[in-house]
Design a protein around this ligand. Sequence first.
Ligand SMILES: Cc1cc2nc3c(=O)[nH]c(=O)nc-3n(C[C@H](O)[C@H](O)[C@H](O)COP(=O)(O)OP(=O)(O)OC[C@H]3O[C@@H](n4cnc5c(N)ncnc54)[C@H](O)[C@@H]3O)c2cc1C
Length: 822
Amino acid sequence: MAKKVLIVGGVAGGASTAARLRRLKEDYEIVMFEKGEYISFANCGLPYYIGGTIADRSKLIVQTVEAMADRFDIDVRVSSEVEKIDKTNKTVTVRDLKSGRTYDEGYDILVLSPGANPIKPPIPGIGEAANLFTLRSIPDTDAIKKFVDENNPKHAVVVGGGFIGLEMAENLHRRAVRVTLVEAADQVMAPLDYEMAAIVHDHLADKDVELILRDGVKAFADNGRTVLLNSGREIAADMIILAIGVQPETKIAKDAGLAVNARGAIVVDSRMKTSDPHIYALGDAVEVTDYINGQPTMIPLAWPANRQGRIVADNIAGREAAYPGTLGSSVAKVFDLTVAATGNNEKLLKRLAVDYQVLHIHPGSHASYYPGAFPMTLKLLFTPQEGRILGAQAVGFDGVEKRIDVLATAIKGNLTVFDLPDLELCYAPPYSSAKDPVNMAGYLAANILEGLVDTVQWHEVDGISARGGLFVDVREPFEMALGKLDNAVNIPLGQLRRRAGELPKDKEIYVYCQVGLRGYIACRMLMQLGYKCKNVDGGYKTYALVKGINGDQGEKLWHTTQDNGVTEVMTDTAKLTVKLDACGLQCPGPIRRVFEETAKMREGEILEVSASDPGFKKDIASWCDKTGNTLLKGEFDNQAKKFVALIRKGREEAGAPAAQPAGAAKKEGATLVVFSGDLDKAIASFIIATGAASMGKQVTMFFTFWGLNIIKRKDKPLVVKDTIAKMFDVMLPGHAGALPLSQMQMAGMGPLMIKYIMKKNNVDSIDTLIKNAIAMGVKVVACSMSMDLMGIKKEEFIDGVEVGGVASYLAATDDAGLNLFI
Ligand SMILES: Cc1cc2nc3c(=O)[nH]c(=O)nc-3n(C[C@H](O)[C@H](O)[C@H](O)COP(=O)(O)OP(=O)(O)OC[C@H]3O[C@@H](n4cnc5c(N)ncnc54)[C@H](O)[C@@H]3O)c2cc1C
């Protein structure tokens, strides 16, 4: 028998229901009420129209009233608000918003897809803020676009770091509006866990979006020209976007006595039926079951609304259909980044006390040798026994959502992590690797669950370190410039097998590398050699990202070329000598290549390096800083999708004028390379150094080879050493007090005589000379290369000694009028 079906809401859920129902039931009378002027518009595209990516407004309207009526024979009534439901008589009261007239309409079946409204709390001053906008509909979009077009705002405050807030931040930035984003939580993008969101935070900083976390809006003042935060901070704003979430638009359902949850979402069963047998509800307005944990939740996304629309239509048409719950698969573009997630995150699993395992990997988006490959960060959560997939998150520049989609499919297909290596996914170099990131995640998860490797997480590192845990850094020495854990012992992976004897067998060893892979290999090696070993999951990269290590370095040097049409022009191309393409190489590959190239270059020459590793931006800033080179400029080329950095060999302040012609600059420094370990030469070098320092010179003393003995402390701590290093220890003087003389050694009498003469003539002892020099600001640098060769550790040096590469010495000579080799 033909039925009369009324649908409230004419966009995602409502329009899907109507279209499917007509395809199933030609004889049903279908009426769709929409209080707005448009049906079936692209809510998700609205921010991009404001930003200009979608230029043609008509493209936002996926289906017109006329087309819907013609094609599907649906009675579409726009500007028609359903104000009341009478369950008993099965009627609704409708107001024609154009004429103001109200009328009743009877139904056999009623479908509610009214969506959710942007939350607009009664914050003091909100009513007077004429420059404040929320975004849900086409009229909202028109209002925001008009305001930007006509008022040319310079600064916007976006309140809320969810996907609408972030999309608006990006699109206002595209319109050359400076953005401050205020978020009450400690991170943006709630579906992500903190360490994954940290990548987004970092990226926002790169894009000059000011991010204020853990702060909320207390009030709006001056008609919205000032935003007052709880912290007391005041921000001037030309415009404000409020995007702090949505609440179900369910007043008519509540008034009609339908069951709703505490937040007003309509309660439905698996067939999307409400507490009334003649009323269905769907979309943003309903409570759903979390597919992973089975708990009731609300997940306002377009896929569930569309899927539920079809299920509702099927059920109305007599085809049994059930909605199994929502996984929450979501993706967002945040400037150049893609951020995607599915299932439950770690925060939620913790809150629900679900037992889980976690892993982080940083694979490439496709084969590294094919241009345009970008590393991504992929996090996988799974149960510790069966390996059931609980959730996944990924952040990167390319291929991110594809991996999350595969994992979302795996979850729905009830696959476990043990099935992931066996997923035969498409492969050719431009698209993936023969071992896709999803396969890799599966391999690692299986390794963990099968006990082949044990891991610790980034948030456990500090605690382990504080308890005196032994960390072994298996990266190459040149990677130390990217930062390292305090007290970590550096044994590069290639040396580990041979040097394993330096490590204790009775103590847990925590191994780490840059991204976790070499750490895993090291762990396997050590475990098989009888050591107790755990790998720091995700490597130093994950830890450093969360800790904000290197966070400030080089920020101001990075610009984007495309976003707002502004391209900062490089100031010093004249000396560009070497171009290096490090695209496709994963960390530390690009840094290694820079290291190799700069080693061949002369002081002052400039290297242009391009890399696709997103971490390269931070790494290169840090590397330049630590190695005495100058990062002149860095930018992300959106079109070519790569980072391009200009590095001047040697130290020069960023932004300072180009190198002066030889002889023109005033040389204020002095450098001394102390190669010798003889007492008399050590004394002479420190006397010269303190003399130069007292004349106002910036003095750098670079101790290398035997010179390192001069700066060793008397009360050295015990450090783990290999046999050769131990032999050096026995053979060489242990501290400055035990240095020999270059001439007249006289079976130890010479040094004693010198010390006596110095005392008699009121010349400070060598120990005092060293202390004084450091106190006067003399930079005492130990050569890292010689330290490695001689097995000397930083802990063996007196306080105040820095460890540096030869680049730090060379950088210091730049400004030095005095260069001595002792
Ligand atoms: C700016 C923006 C960007 C988004 N981007 C994404 C994205 O990228 N990915 C994603 O998955 N989701 C996105 N969403 C969310 C997605 O649009 C929603 O989840 C989806 O539209 C929900 O569908 P719905 O049918 O429940 O509600 P809606 O699509 O909002 O439709 C509800 C309609 O009902 C009408 N209505 C309400 N009450 C009445 C009444 N009493 N009488 C008559 N009509 C009524 C409303 O006017 C509204 O037009 C975005 C949303 C916005 C606002």
